[in-house]
Write a protein that binds this ligand. Sequence first.
Ligand code: MLT
Length: 334
Amino acid sequence: MRRMLTTLAATLALALPAAGRAAWPDRPITLVVPFAAGGPTDVVARIVGEHMSRTLGQQIIVENVAGAGGTTASLRVAQTPPDGYTIEMGHMGTHGAAPGAYPDLKYDPLKDFEPIGLAAGTPIVVVARKDLAPKNLKEFVAYLKTSSEKLNEAHAGTGSVSFTTCSLFNSITGAKPTRVAYRGTGPALNDLVAGQVDYMCDQIVNLVPQIQAGTIKAYAVALPERSPALPNVPTTKEAGLPEFEVTAWNALFAPKGTPKDIIQKLNGALVKALEDQNTRKRLLDLGADLSNKAAVSPDGLRKLVESEVPRWKKVLASAGTSKEAPVKDADPKK
Ligand code: MLT
């Protein structure tokens, strides 16, 4: 009898909010996306956030805060009250490459955040404007060796996934393009379709519809095997560039100090979203990789960030720097 009462008390304690705090969540939650609307981070955030809001019983409002490769938003989120009402869809850039890209970064991806969980792996695709002369990756790499100075490469700001992965691509191929920063690869993709820029290394979830529609050219996907979402696009290995193999990732973070029971509820809602067949289908159809189940837990995500920060610091240190063009779609209000 006594043991039963003890268990019941323990269960109740878990279920009830910590003393003095109303049952969380009792109002809408802000999900900060550190890039312009329409890009890969935004796409993953809206798909996952939609299902999470059903589980949590509160609206999840996506707020796009662009700038400085996603670090502007990340710093802002790190400084918000740790009450579970502001979370961020960060990624391999904001919570992996940023410390290597910004020596004086004002936040620490581990010390200033509570990891909630990995939302999706996002393989990288090398894409170009559809009328660029090289017909395949081999020809493109040969073209880069002689003519890269004439080319403009689009990215989402220093330290972003597109910037970091194309830094690796450019260092492997010896390319030295003019690098054009955007507030996200959503706007950058519009310019690639319009032929205003020449190439980009972007996350697959941003590109599948345009590649399928033939409005841009996909040279290769940086995976060991072809993506089921792009069966006609060769891997970099098949196309003769095996050393360029990289998958980015998007994951949820809360400010340091967010109570554990709230992190557990947010993680529970994320897990449910990733178990939901419709949500999974939407992500998989866009080429997302949902195989890394370990990193969907807070501890698993912490381990991922611990390994990614030194990895990308090394890559950025060895990658050459190319000419930086001014930010192309700078916020007119700024
Ligand atoms: C990036 O890091 O390149 C971003 O994810 C692009 C974006 O989401 O707009």
